[in-house]
Write a protein that binds this ligand. Structure first.
Ligand SMILES: Cc1ncc(COP(=O)(O)O)c(C=O)c1O
Length: 380
């Protein structure tokens, strides 16, 4: 279902055409209200009971789990996408000369941890370049078929961060299982805007920062560990992640056991009273819109915007090779230095990554925004 514009749920000025969700989504008015309340919780600490260190965060785990078809037990709350990848990296023990599969020019958070693992283990990084026809799935599958069980881990996104080119993760998941390859996913640039289910892909780990397509606050991120990896080591040995931590009076009865499932991977102070309720409000809004509906709605905006860029001489990555939400428009010539500034003067907000203009609309965009963009492009 195509959603009518949801702009009324946001405090966006009418003269702002914001097409930069891949950079950061705006908060909803509801999230601001929740935040006004949650920020004040610590003004009255006598009202914060030990149970409050657990209840909100458990609700957040559950709502995120629904989004990816997992169980709340499989979810940890972390502060950044990088933190989740650090957990995955800490637990990968690749053989010398085995390979770690990455995409060329993948986002650095999903490259640096593997550089370190490679340095320490003697494994080699294997970068898959972007094919000229943008068939990234075909390129990844080819490389997996060629190297087979020499690959210890594939560390991939669902959609390429700078232009939305997609990787069919269900197909890649099948190929990884065939050769016993671990699969770590950074879904920061897709989850919330593109349907995804762990049942279709069966990854080992997922990380996703909240502040982009998940509409959450900064310094909240989600981490999924498949049940088979829930005995892995966490980054921290935090008191609250140990069994029995609800009993504040008994904390020095040191425990060998962790809390069940992926809770052992939670960051310290994950109760995060100010931000956790806001993050939950954001995820509930996404579930309320429905990810399939979000994707269909944004795809319509992307088509209309793509047409404007095509008329202005840009090459648009074909719809079947990219996400509905994130679209690269490639300029044949280097972009003028003041490209973004000029657009901003006309109220249009976008990003540029290399020669690619990164276009990332959302459900708050409407026909007036598209007209504003079309007008702004005539002034370039
Ligand atoms: C693909 C991708 N992963 C992760 C991040 C952010 O990483 P972190 O949460 O570690 O700051 C970004 C930010 O632009 C991103 O585009």
């Amino acid at each position: 279902m195509i959603l009518p514009s949801q702009r009324h749920l946001f405090g966006m000025p009418r003269d702002v055409c914001y097409l930069n969700a891949a950079y950061m989504t705006p908060q909803t008015i509801r999230m601001e209200e929740v935040g006004d309340w949650s920020l004040r919780l610590k003004s009255r600490p006598w009202e914060l009971a030990p149970a409050d260190f657990f209840t909100e965060v458990e609700k957040l785990r559950s709502v995120f789990a629904r989004l990816i078809d997992a169980s709340a037990d499989d979810i940890a709350i972390t502060p950044s996408a990088s933190y989740g990848l650090a957990i995955a990296a800490k637990n990968l023990k690749p053989a010398k000369d085995s390979r770690i599969l990455l995409l060329e020019e993948q986002f650095p958070s999903n490259v640096y941890p593997w550089m370190r693992v490679a340095e320490q283990s003697g494994a080699k990084l294997e970068f898959v370049p972007m094919p000229s026809d943008y068939d990234m799935t075909g390129a990844v599958l080819d490389r997996i078929e060629t190297l087979g069980d020499q690959i210890a881990l594939a560390a991939l996104p669902h959609h390429y961060w700078s232009n939305g080119v997609k990787v069919d993760l269900a197909a890649v998941g099948r190929a990884c299982r065939k050769y016993g390859i671990r699969l770590a996913l950074d879904l920061t640039q897709s989850l919330g805007a593109v349907p995804f289910s762990v049942r279709d892909v069966d990854p080992d780990y997922i990380t996703a920062a909240a502040y982009k397509w998940l509409f959450g606050p900064y310094i909240v991120s989600y981490f999924y560990a498949a049940p088979r990896n829930q005995a892995d080591l966490p980054i921290e040995e935090n008191w609250i992640n140990r069994a029995g931590s609800e009993d504040f009076a008994g904390l020095v009865h040191y425990q060998k056991e962790y809390l069940p499932g992926a809770r052992r991977f939670d960051v310290g102070e994950r109760a995060n009273f100010a931000l956790v309720p806001m993050a939950r409000a954001a995820l509930e809004q996404i579930l309320d819109w429905g990810v399939v509906n979000i994707a269909e709605t944004i795809a319509g905006h992307s088509r209309a915007i793509g047409e404007i860029f095509r008329r202005a001489g840009f090459e648009i990555i074909p719809g079947d090779k990219r996400g509905p939400h994130l679209m690269g428009a490639l300029s044949k010539d280097p972009l003028p230095e003041d490209f973004l500034v000029k657009l901003q003067e006309h109220g249009v907000y976008l990003s540029v990554r290399g020669r690619s203009v990164r276009i990332a609309p959302h459900v708050y965009n409407d026909a007036e925004d598209i007209e504003r963009l079309a007008r702004a492009m005539t002034f370039l």
